[in-house]
Design a protein around this ligand. Structure first.
Ligand code: PEP
Ligand code: MG
Length: 592
């Protein structure tokens, strides 16, 4: 039966494919794709795990038989019998085989996926006795998994490049194409999401998350349709369901009828054509109708993203979120050499164009690793995050600063500091940067010049710009956090997502003031939050005076198209009207 789920649109476009649910079971296992050559080995791992449990149960049965009926309740013997039966159940074995052989799931993932399939069948049964067998099934699955842990198994690996062929009946789609896979999860950390850069998922759906949560930001950088905050999606969807993601509307359609599939298939093709048309703008300079040159920069998460930035026509990197080099490493931080090589790779990848490296912004929804999530109840967005953390770990911070300074010997680099608010933090930061230079001098290691900039992402910073303009060469407005902290809305919380409003007059005023004051002092200022890549905001930001936008490479051409059609002279008055409106969102819908 077709039904739809509404969430928050995160990354545009339409994706149609089969659902791949991860970690939806209470049994938390690793999920990764195997190579076809590993199929037999994975099947054997499950078989060995199952055989070990069978042997264990049989041993228990013979112990019970020796003990006699008085010492052991009859129910125990019956239970063991049921467990043995379930272990030998064909549906379990055949299903697991299907997930491993046809889908190339690792053994644990296959086992848990099949458990879900059978558990649902049990749920639908009328007979109470049979329905209760679900708990037994979960128990034996747990036992097999435990037994398999004794059998050597790889640690978490990135989901690899694997797809399978669709069959004619499955589809309604062209049988010459591979079946796209859509990842469905309750939650994904930004680090998990980054892993999927290497994978073939055609789309993502998560139950939780806001539009500018870091998970959503990484999803957007992958440039594939995604919906977050889809509440119960991971419970309502079943493994292998056909799903459509409408990334523009934030809608997920499950088990679509042929008519719906045809409609979305059409829209998908239209989208592809539109992208093709945009690609023609690649070499067109970003200049408005009245001749204003606009700088279009890229936001990147990893050094290799530089290639995508160049391919999209970015004239530099406006934000390299260096924290992604630090995450998911179980607390083992990258050393100076590792960081230096990573930054250098980004710098060289940009082929002489400037790279703005932001120092580590760990904390809030970007924990170093999962164990740090225990602190969530302390309101981490207001806690030890970004520069605050760096200043409490001076050795770590100096290591990063030295690595960045060294990378600057290979091309133009700007150093960007996140979340500053106090004069004392600014002074400490500046003195640590000087200290890092002295350390490199003392060691005789070469480094390059860097311009130093501050993120303006806390309202208090936007209201004390004089201080920032005194110490820094440039500013970068982080609208994601500026909105979060101005409106007191957790950017990662879907339950208040409707109140997360980039067009709130207070937010607009803070942005406009920052632009005006920086320009008055002749200091460069850009916007690197998600607003910069939102085509619905381009004209307003131009009218407010913004001339430098930093965004995911995938958004650059669409924003450029808006710029080419804009006349900043006309937009200025209109932007003033929008800003002074009680509800700017309504006015912005009316063109200038
Ligand atoms: C921002 O806050 O707008 C920003 C660009 O930084 P991040 O999204 O990484 O917090
Ligand atoms: Mg920020």
């Amino acid at each position: 039966m077709t039904f739809s789920i509404h969430g928050l649109p995160v990354a545009r476009g339409i994706a149609i494919g089969r659902a791949v649910l991860v970690a939806s079971s209470r049994l938390d296992v690793v999920h990764y794709f195997i190579e076809p050559a590993q199929v037999e080995a994975e099947l054997k791992r499950v078989r060995d795990g199952r055989d070990a449990v069978v042997t264990e149960i049989q041993r228990l049965q013979s112990t019970i038989a020796q003990m006699g009926p008085k010492e052991t309740p009859h129910e125990l013997a019956a239970l063991l019998e049921v467990h043995l039966m379930l272990l030998q159940d064909e549906e379990l074995a055949l299903g697991v085989r299907h997930w491993i052989k046809d889908r190339l799931y690792n053994a644990e993932w296959a086992l848990v996926s099949q458990l879900e399939v059978i558990a649902r069948q049990f749920d639908e049964m009328q007979d109470d006795y049979l329905r209760e067998r679900k708990a037994d099934l979960e128990q034996i699955t747990e036992r097999i998994l435990r037994a398999m842990r004794g059998v050597s198994s790889p640690l978490v690996q990135p989901l690899g490049r694997v797809m399978r062929k669709a069959t004619q009946q499955e589809l309604l789609l062209d049988d010459t194409v591979d079946v796209p896979l859509i990842l469905v999860a309750h939650d994904l950390s930004p680090a998990d999401m980054l892993q999927f850069k290497q994978s073939v998922f055609a789309g993502f759906i998560t139950d939780v998350g806001g539009k500018t949560s870091h998970t959503a930001i990484v999803a957007r950088s992958l440039d594939i349709p995604a919906v977050v905050g889809a509440r119960l999606a991971s419970q309502l969807l079943r493994q292998d369901d056909w799903v459509i993601i409408d990334g523009d509307a934030g809608v997920v359609v499950v088990d679509p009828s042929a008519i719906i599939l045809a409609e979305y298939g059409f829209r998908q093709r239209q989208g592809e054509l539109a992208r093709g048309r945009l690609a023609r703008l690649l070499h067109t300079p970003a200049v408005t109708l009245d001749g204003q040159k606009i700088e279009l920069l890229a936001n990147i998460e990893m050094p290799d993203d530089a290639a995508g930035a160049i391919a999209a026509g970015a004239v530099g990197v406006g934000l390299f979120r260096s924290e992604f080099l630090f995450m998911g490493r179980h607390g083992k931080l990258p050393n100076e050499e590792e960081q230096y090589l990573a930054y250098r790779r980004a710098v060289e990848g940009m082929q002489g164009l400037p790279v703005t490296i932001r120092t580590v912004d760990i904390g809030a929804d970007k924990p170093l690793d999962e164990s740090a999530r225990d602190m969530a109840h302390l309101n981490p967005a207001l806690g030890l995050r970004a520069i605050r953390w760096s200043l409490t770990e001076p050795a770590m911070f100096l290591t990063q600063l030295r690595a960045i300074l060294r990378a600057a010997a290979h091309g133009p680099v700007q150093l960007l500091i996140p979340m500053l608010v106090h004069a004392s933090e600014i002074r400490q930061t500046v003195s640590l940067i000087d200290h890092a230079r002295v350390q490199l001098d003392n060691r005789g290691i070469a480094y390059g010049p860097v311009k130093i900039g501050a993120m303006i992402e806390i309202p208090a910073a936007a209201l004390t710009l004089k201080l920032f303009l005194k110490y820094f060469d440039f500013l970068s407005i982080g609208t994601n956090d500026l909105i979060q902290y101005t409106l007191a809305i957790d950017r990662a919380d879907e339950s208040v997502a409707h109140l997360y409003d980039p067009l709130h007059p207070a937010v607009l005023r803070l942005i406009a003031n920052t632009l005006a004051e920086a320009h008055a002092q002749g200091k460069p200022v850009s916007v690197c939050g998600e607003m910069a890549g939102d085509v619905g905001m381009t004209r307003l930001l131009l009218g407010m005076g913004l001339r430098s936008f930093s965004m995911h490479p995938a958004q650059i051409l669409a924003v450029k198209q808006e710029i080419l059609r804009a006349d900043t002279g006309k937009l200025e008055d209109w932007a003033q009207q929008v800003m002074s409106d009680e509800e700017p969102a309504k006015r912005i819908a009316r063109p200038a």
